[in-house]
Design a binder for this molecule. Structure first.
Ligand code: UD1
Length: 370
């Protein structure tokens, strides 16, 4: 139950990045040893990934936000639907298990519904690396004695495909080049994690990633980056409530597209080395955003931003450039008093004076945030 109408004031320490965590945890299965991942967010997606690891035979142990993963005695390369249905990022198990065992059988992923979420680019890449990939009874089955490095051009900029192909290529024979790669901070973080295991990945964070296959990966200890979406959500919430907050434990560079937009709209945003202060004392100006792959404005902040734009003066245009159907929350927001018209991937937002409290359906509310 949320009682509205109060400005957000104070400091908040941001957790580790969920989208890095769900890639790095399966990646830890690729070395036959005990790795430690630090700064993990203690959230459902991470716990869902932990459950899958346990079923594959890994041992796990938490010490606050650190997770020790003992992958020495994995006994299975199969992740059935029951295990993976809660988490879309379970597709990373294909790349990770293929590298560990030369075979992987993983059910088609579940996760948030933003419309059609194909994984054709992942499959195209695995096949280019020499894997025999079949889809049978809702399972993606991939087999390869040893993958062989090659050049892969992604037809769309995909975070998941970029990371999954890095996982598959780290022990492939020879050189793999991923072109038109995603540049998101969690792509770079996963590459850094893999390099700390002994992989040889260069260029993560640019659109060409070069991977030289190695024979062995070693256990590692690694702290993942802060969550840019969590930080951005608080920054937007501060503006929506005319508040004054400091988000701590962030990498300000990862939030540049949001910071620039909030400043353009009239908020004061002060960037320090690892924190950001947001001060918003008046109604902000309307604006336009278009979501794009990093370093563009992140789609995962689009719903939060649309809420803020609903409270600005004037007309704003939101264009969703990544997902085909990411406005399901709008109907519920309109019931709260927002004035938004959605036409395909474009939402026209007319600012209103305020929103009213309402009983919301939990699943719909979840989609505002995810
Ligand atoms: C990741 C994030 C998600 C975020 C999204 C875009 C994780 C676990 N999730 O999702 O929070 O919203 O990036 O920043 O990191 N596509 C294809 N074929 C493919 C793969 C993707 O056509 O094989 C398309 C998708 O339909 C979408 C676009 O490419 O339109 C981007 O998808 P992608 O970057 O792969 O998203 P995810 O990795 O699933």
């Amino acid at each position: 139950m949320i009682e509205g109408g109060y400005p957000l004031e104070g400091e908040v320490v941001i957790n580790g990045a969920k989208n890095a965590a769900v890639a790095v945890i399966p990646a830890a299965l690729m070395s036959e040893g005990e790795s430690v991942i630090e700064n993990l967010p203690l959230i459902e997606d991470v716990f869902a990934m932990d459950d899958i690891l346990l079923k594959l035979g890994a041992k796990i142990e938490y010490d606050n936000h650190s997770l020790k993963i003992d992958a020495r005695n994995l006994h299975s390369y199969i992740a059935p639907y029951e295990s993976v249905k809660k988490i879309r990022a379970s597709y990373y198990l294909i790349g990770a298990l293929l590298t560990r065992f030369g075979k992987a059988e993983v059910a088609m992923p579940g996760g948030c519904n933003f419309g059609s979420r194909p994984i054709d680019q992942h499959i195209k890449g695995f096949r280019a690396l020499g894997a025999d990939v079949r889809i049978e009874n809702g399972m993606i089955k991939a087999y390869a004695d040893r993958l062989v490095g090659t050049k892969i051009y992604l037809d769309v900029v995909s975070v998941g495909a970029t990371i999954n192909l890095m996982l598959a290529a780290v022990k492939a024979k020879g050189i793999t080049i991923i072109e038109n790669a995603a540049k998101e901070p969690h792509v770079v973080d996963t590459a850094n994690f893999l390099n700390s295991m002994g992989a040889k990945i260069k260029g993560a964070g640019t659109d060409v990633i070069r991977i030289e296959g190695v024979d062995r990966l070693y256990p590692t200890k690694y702290a993942i980056i802060p969550d840019q979406i969590e930080a951005g959500t608080y920054m937007i919430a501060a503006c929506a409530t005319k508040g004054h907050i400091v988000v701590k434990n962030v990498i300000p560079k990862h939030l540049e597209s949001l910071t620039a937009k909030l400043v353009e709209m009239g908020a004061e945003v002060i960037t320090y080395e690892d924190s950001i202060e947001v001060i918003c004392k008046q109604k902000l100006r309307s604006s336009s955003i278009k979501t794009m792959p990093y370093p563009g404005f992140p789609t995962d902040l689009q719903p939060q931003m649309t809420v803020l734009l609903s409270l600005c003066s004037g007309t704003s245009i939101v264009t969703e450039g990544v997902w085909e159907n990411r406005y399901q929350y709008v109907d519920e927001l309109k019931k709260m008093g927002a004035n938004i018209k959605v036409e395909g991937r474009v939402a026209v937002v007319e600012g209103v004076e305020s929103l009213q409290g309402l009983r919301l359906l939990l699943w719909t509310f979840g989609q505002v945030l995810l």
